[in-house]
Structures are given as C-alpha cells and as structure tokens.
Design a protein around this ligand. Structure first.
Ligand code: FE2
Length: 383
C-alpha cells in the first residue's frame, strides 16, 4: 500500500497521569526561564495555587492571569498580550479548558512578535515564537495541548477562525486527570463529545491516515465507554483518566488530519450564537454522520464497531447502527437535538449556511462534498 507523506508534530515532552501538574513545576524550574505567565480561569485557581506557590518560593516570577472565561476574541487576545508584555513574561503556561489553552498558545506565539494577529489566520502564517509554551488541560475535550491549532473569534465578522502552525504545538504538555475531577456533568458531556468528534472526524476524514487512525479508533473506544460513567460519577478516577487519554488521542489527530463538516457547521453556531464549542458539535454530530456515511461506509462501519456496534450485516447497516448509537449517547448526555432549543431561529438558516460554506479549510476534509443546499438540509433537520 502506498500512503501519502504525513508529518505529525507533537510536544517535545508529554506527561500523562495523576500528578502531571507537579512534573510541570519541576520541569519548568529546569528550563532556565524565570518570568512565567499563567493563563487560567477562576475555578482553576484553587487547583494550582499550591504548585504556583512552590514555584514562587524557588524564584520563579509568576504572573497569574485568570480572566480567560470564554472562547477568546481578537480583542481578548490583545488585552492578554498587553498584560503578558507588561509582566515581561518569557514563558507561558495555559492551565484550563480549550479556550485557555488556545489563548495561551496565541499569547506565547505573539509575545514579542511583530506580526499583527489579523495576519495569523490560516495555515502556516506564524513566522516565529520566542516564548516557552506549556499546556495543561483541565477538561477532557479540546486536545489543544497536542495540536498546532488555536481558534479565535473575530468580532469583525463574528466568525471563529483558526490559526494553524507547528509553532503552536507546545514545548511540553501535561495531562493530569486529577485536574478534571471537579468538572460538572454538563461540561464533562460537552467536552467529551467534542473529543469524540475529533476522533470520528479524523477517522472518517477524506485525508484519513494510518499514522493517526490508531489514535482515533482507540480514542472513540475510550470516550464512548467512559463518558456516561464520568457524567454519573465525576470523581471516578479510572473514567476520568480514560477520558483524558481519549481527548489527548483526539488532539493528536487534529494536526495531521483535522476535523471536517461537524466542526465546519459548528463554527457559525459558536460565532453567531455563542453556543459552546462542544455543545454545538454534539448537536451536529448525528446529522452530519447520517449525511456522510454512504460516502465511506467501510470507515463509518469501523467507527460504529469502535463505538460498540456488533459487526454483522453490510458496512452501511453497521454504520447506520453507529449513527443511532451516537444519537442515543448524545441524548443520554443531556444534549438537545434541536437548534431551536439552543436559541437559534430558523430564519438564520441561510446566513448560517453561508458562514459554514466559508469554512473550506475543514469542509475540504469531509468524506462527501457539501454544496450549500446540503449544508442547509443538515441544519434544517435540527429545527
Ligand atoms: Fe473541537
């Protein structure tokens, strides 16, 4: 078999497991950097206070910025950047969910970088990064700690836009499931389903590749089996650990293969209606899979089997059972199936569809080509 050439960028160090936060502190002290910008959100501060205190005692100048409370906009990034520059930071760590990690990646990349933020949107536009960057996720969903992507909301057109560059892969990532034990069921569900989308969209991708297929399939297995457990019992450390690994596997798929129509159709919902990223993806996932599955029945059948469907019947029959399983999983996670339940009015259908068609960087990955009428008909099913 001849496989196309593919490159996988990963953090130089990846620590996974209970206590990884402590490994970060020890590693940072050995880097030689001394002025650390910590980007986080208020609920995380009690979880990291003691670790940051120890780092301060060892002489690290720590500036804590805990104002990353939403998916970052261009002006949010500019404010964070001003704070980081004022603190004369030489290193950045993001400790939080996807919004925090993306913000940290972009602050590290733009600190002391003359390129304006508006020039960074797209693939490979970033020319350099001088600040050290570490990422520590506190949700199991984004996979951002292992990806070269960061998403920003551009207020100019209400579109969520991607900055994609190998320079956004952190120097080090620390995945510590202990940091996820306190997540409420709703956040657990939405972020976990986002991770599931990453794995499914990578495996069924037009540019799927064996280099990450294994991550994608194992991620699906881990996530589907453990998500209901962690939603019911957030303190279940085995389930939390499995979700953290599934999310990391999803993140490893994001750079080399990336997502497709679920994420493309979800961005307008986030940009225009501020629906949380994981929630928007979760609502879309069953309908997009139902649309896509006949284009690559074999791959969709493999997804279904990884989800737990028995391997009997044709590929398409198995794939259909997989879609129904996902539909049931999404429902049992408490996610609504209708966009109208999320405050979206059907009068927005044309605008949403046009905005989604603009996300060609992801639509090009979809196993089935989408015309604007296809996008409309997928959205229409959710009213
Ligand atoms: Fe995502």
């Amino acid at each position: 078999m001849s496989w196309r050439l593919l490159s996988l960028f990963q953090p130089r160090k990846l620590s996974f497991g209970a206590g990884a936060l402590g490994v970060f502190a020890d590693d940072f002290l050995a880097t030689g950097y001394s002025r650390l910008i910590v980007l986080t959100a208020p609920p995380i501060v009690p979880l990291i206070d003691a670790t940051l205190g120890k780092m301060r005692e060892k002489g690290v100048h720590v500036t804590l910025i805990d104002s990353v409370t939403r998916e970052p906009t261009v002006s949010d990034l500019e404010k964070l950047l001003a704070l980081a520059a004022e603190a004369r930071g030489d290193s950045v760590v993001g400790i939080g969910g996807g919004s925090v990690l993306d913000a940290a990646k972009l602050v590290a990349a733009t600190l002391r970088n003359p390129q304006p933020v508006s020039e960074l949107f797209g693939i490979g536009k970033l020319k350099s990064r001088s600040a050290y960057l570490a990422c520590i996720p506190t949700t199991s969903g984004t996979g951002s700690e292992a990806s070269p992507n960061a998403i920003l909301l551009d207020e100019a057109d209400n579109m969520k836009k991607g900055v994609v560059s190998p320079l956004l892969v952190p120097d080090a990532a620390y995945v510590d499931p202990l940091l996820t034990l306190g997540l409420p069921p709703k956040v657990t569900a939405e972020t976990g389903l986002d991770a599931l989308c990453h794995c499914i969209e990578a495996y069924t991708n037009k540019f799927a590749h064996p280099l990450v297929d294994t991550y994608a399939l194992e991620g699906i297995r881990l996530l589907v089996r453990n998500l209901p457990v962690a939603i019911a019992d957030g303190k279940n450390i085995e389930a939390r650990t499995a979700l953290a690994l599934g999310s990391l596997y999803g993140g490893l798929c994001l750079g080399p293969v990336n997502t497709s129509a679920v994420h493309a159709l979800s961005y307008p919902l986030g940009g225009e209606f501020h629906i949380a990223h994981g929630l928007a993806n979760a609502v879309l996932l069953p309908e997009v899979l139902a649309f896509n599955m006949d284009a690559s029945a074999k791959r969709h059948a493999e997804v279904a089997v990884a989800l737990g469907v028995e391997r009997s019947g044709s590929d398409l029959e198995i794939a259909k059972k997989g879609v129904e399983l996902i539909r049931g999983l999404v429902r049992s996670c408490g996610i609504p199936s209708k966009l109208s339940d999320l405050g979206v009015d059907i009068s927005m259908l044309d605008k949403l569809s046009e905005m989604a068609m603009g996300v060609q960087r992801l639509l090009k990955n979809n196993p089935k080509e989408l015309a604007i009428e296809d996008v409309k008909s997928i959205y229409r099913k959710m009213f």
